[in-house]
Design a protein around this ligand. Sequence first.
Ligand code: GLU
Ligand code: ZN
Length: 307
Amino acid sequence: MQNYIGRFAPSPTGPLHFGSLLTAVASYLDAKHNSGTWLVRMDDLDPPREIPGAADSILSTLDAYGLHWDGKVVYQSQRHDLYEAAVHLLLTNKQAFYCTCSRKQLAEHAHQQGQQTPPTYPGTCREQHSPPNMPSSIRLAVEDAQHPIGINDQLQGRFCQNLITDVGDFIIKRKDLLYAYHLAAVIDDHWQKISHIVRGIDLLDSTPRQCYLQQLLGFKEPHYAHLPVVVNNQGQKLSKQTFAQAIETTQCSLVLWSAISTLGLKPPTSLQHEPPEAILKWGTLAWNPKALINVTRINATQLTIDV
Ligand code: GLU
Ligand code: ZN
């Protein structure tokens, strides 16, 4: 096994909930099972969506659950210079362009084409390589992308996307000057030498965009494993909308036991009363993501829903 470096990259838009704990636990166990390093990165790129105190609360919750990370936490809010340099490079190489289209213009175009929202960008500003005299976003031109772009996901198998027809020229820097998630994630994953990415299946769809950016920037593609969606007994997705409760830090062992059970492991009941570190140690040895292969939905272990 090459040098394994994994990561958990939460956005501080709220406290850790059971779904995000599962992602943290799965990425931790996969890293530790492979004698790897596990990093935490705070994806605090989008201040309007962030909740004051959420970043610290996420970190102290991870700590309480025994999910101790290696090295220092990296904050995306402190890394704008790197993102700007990449945007500049892509503009210079004419792989990116300034887009002055309004939301209304784009919606009208989509309507004429009979497209659903979000519309595929029509390419209107593709030749605009110098800064216009009005606020603009910066988009990546996907016309030269290889078709389709595919990944071999460790859990979801082969996943392919045609960036031209499925996505279109996408934004890497917004009109409000905020950097887009795809750009920042790709740069930081490269900079942190991440070899393995374990994250939620909601990001599978974003991965070909990230691979394309990796190709343009000359970065190595990490291994990907996208975890199934977690649903409760009513079949509802455990998201911030349907399951917003912050997870308790008073019953960490019980919740952690449920988390590793939800991930397909069969921990002995006696572990429910052991400290989180002992549960994670057991989980590290037992970790076997095979139970999650080709699975798109898993049921949260009942224990968790009640705590
Ligand atoms: N910050 C992203 C999120 O919380 C995840 C980023 C990633 O794992 O690539 O959805
Ligand atoms: Zn435009």
